[in-house]
Ligand binder design. Structure first.
Ligand SMILES: Nc1nc2c(c(=O)[nH]1)N=C([C@H](O)[C@H](O)COP(=O)(O)OP(=O)(O)OP(=O)(O)O)CN2
Ligand SMILES: [Zn+2]
Length: 122
């Protein structure tokens, strides 16, 4: 098996509804998202999935959040924009978008700061 990784960054504000403390208030982060795709074989040029293609897909989805108040962007207008929920949302978007027999999204990590983040995998 092979794993292919891309990491990208975006800037956005959010607030955790119902949080008992300051994180219920609107605040911003420079977020990092890391995506792992697993491939059971390589294509004719020897890659599991093209980094560039994968990063373009990830950036496309994250452009919906970049420089936005995430709480106003569906589904986070009704679902709390925690790192966990954002990681699951990105995983599901990518799962539907990666149209390859031999490669599938394995893990999505979302960091609010370099020290704190969450991951989603199945
Ligand atoms: N499991 C989770 N816990 C928390 C989440 C989350 O998404 N999942 N989110 C928050 C807050 O959004 C908070 O901003 C996170 O803060 P932190 O990473 O600790 O860093 P900050 O620099 O933003 O916080 P300071 O208090 O200013 O250092 C909380 N928990
Ligand atoms: Zn936060």
């Amino acid at each position: 098996m092979y794993e292919v990784y891309v990491t990208t960054r975006f800037s956005a504000a959010h607030q955790l509804r119902g949080y008992d403390g300051k994180y219920e208030n609107l605040h911003g982060h420079n977020w990092t998202a890391s995506v792992t795709v697993e491939a059971k074989e390589l294509d004719e040029i020897g890659v599991g999935i093209d980094f560039v293609e994968l990063k373009r897909m990830v950036d496309d989805f994250l452009s919906k959040l970049d420089y936005h108040n995430i709480n106003e962007v569906p589904p986070f207008d009704t679902q709390n924009p925690s790192a966990e929920n954002i990681a699951r949302w990105l995983f599901k978007q990518l799962e539907a978008a990666i149209d390859k027999q031999h490669a599938r999204v394995k893990r999505v990590e979302v960091y609010e700061t370099p020290e704190s983040g969450a991951a989603y995998f199945e």
